[in-house]
Design a protein around this ligand. Structure first.
Ligand SMILES: [Zn+2]
Length: 373
């Protein structure tokens, strides 16, 4: 039996509407694509958009960073992207709304219709740092601040030297982007904002959870570089509630390495059980350890932690029953001239496996590692 053409069209529109509503009503759950048994995630770390905005050099770096992301996305075709902090260098951005740069940084992912989420790094809401050379004989370069004569320039705020706050950045990302899975996180954890959990479900059975992905704000910028005891308590409560017997694997993302990274970091040319290609600097860890690592170590379901922050490190090292991993410096902003790339994660269901490798801008792949146990 075939339906009349106009009824088919109405039915089709209804289905599309339902699909849109389903997609937008629950952006805490990700699904493996039908017909696929795995889910691929690209980590973009330390993009540092908006660096030296008053020079020609700065904007050129952002164009280069877009090329890195575009190359990686076109070669890997991921299901999801994680922006792992230091998306912008706010201490170099003298305009009010750093979201303009933030928006540029997420554009390669959005343009390809790929969903993503983000966590904050220490540079994302930093105050503007006046360059010393601006006070030399060459003088202060034009800032292009729009002047509103009816109000004092301070209150107009088109030029702002106080940085765009974490909540403003998050609000702008969420308001502008239906593909964003980022969250504000519970208010009782503020000033720490990007604390949330996403569920990865199987394609044919939404009830079957493959993994939980936790995103945490490791601070820095406008407040100390730390994961607080309140955040640790939130993780403890949430994980006990949604995964009480640790049956479902858990994967953790934040920006600044915890102090445990110092314990496992290779100290000589022999890298032990660590897998990676960059061992170029000391671990720059959070200022204090307030219980989060102890909780993670105590849960057999936690498979790996992923951080950015150290541009000269890209290793994964085993630590107790889990893995501590760095992403890979993806942006042309930020210190260091090591070649740019991105860490890739591939989650496979039945049986669960977590595989990772690094894809470089020139296309080559290295440092493949299995992070199951
Ligand atoms: Zn950085």
């Amino acid at each position: 039996m075939s339906l009349p053409f106009h009824i088919s069209i109405v039915f089709l529109i209804f289905l599309i509407f339902r699909l849109i509503l389903t997609v937008h009503s629950d952006n805490t759950t990700l699904h493996v694509q039908p017909g696929s048994s795995s889910f691929k995630i690209v980590l973009f770390a330390d993009l540092h958009f908006g660096e030296d905005t008053w020079t020609d050099w700065g904007p050129r770096q952002d164009v280069n960073s877009i090329k890195v992301m575009s190359t990686v996305l076109d070669q890997e075709h991921p299901d999801f992207v994680v922006y792992l902090g230091d998306i912008v260098t706010a201490n170099n951005i003298p305009i009010k709304n750093a979201s303009l740069y933030w928006d540029q940084a997420i554009s390669p992912t959005r343009d390809r219709g790929i969903p993503w989420s983000s966590v904050f790094g220490n540079h994302d809401d930093m105050y503007f740092e006046w360059p010393m050379e601006w006070f030399s004989s060459t003088g202060i370069p034009p800032l292009h601040c729009r002047v509103n004569v009816s109000r004092p320039p301070e209150s107009e705020g088109v030029c702002s030297f106080k940085g765009t706050t974490r909540s403003e950045l998050m609000m702008n990302e969420l308001e502008m982007n239906k593909l964003s899975y980022s969250k504000f996180g519970p208010k009782d954890l503020w000033p720490s904002i990007s604390n949330y959990v996403l569920k990865l479900s199987s394609a044919n059975n939404p009830e079957s959870v493959i993994a939980y992905m936790y995103f945490l704000d490791s601070g820095g910028g406008s407040y100390p570089e730390v994961i607080s005891s309140a955040q640790a308590e939130w993780f403890n409560r949430t994980s006990q509630e949604i995964n009480p017997n640790s049956r479902v694997p858990e994967i953790i993302f934040w920006h600044i390495p915890s102090q445990a990274y110092k314990e496992v970091a290779p100290r000589s040319d022999a890298h032990g059980n660590c897998i990676g290609s960059l061992f170029m600097e000391e671990v720059a860890a959070q200022e204090a350890e307030m219980g989060m690592m102890q909780l993670l170590e105590g849960r057999s379901s936690v498979k790996a932690v992923f951080v950015g922050h150290n541009h000269g490190l890209d290793w994964c090292c085993p630590y107790k029953k889990l893995w501590l991993c760095y992403a890979r410096h993806s942006g042309y902003g930020g210190y260091g001239n090591w070649p740019r790339g991105a860490r890739i994660l591939e989650i496979t269901q039945q049986p669960f496996s977590l595989k990772s490798w690094i894809r470089m801008q020139d296309g080559h792949v290295h440092s493949e590692v299995l992070l199951n146990s």
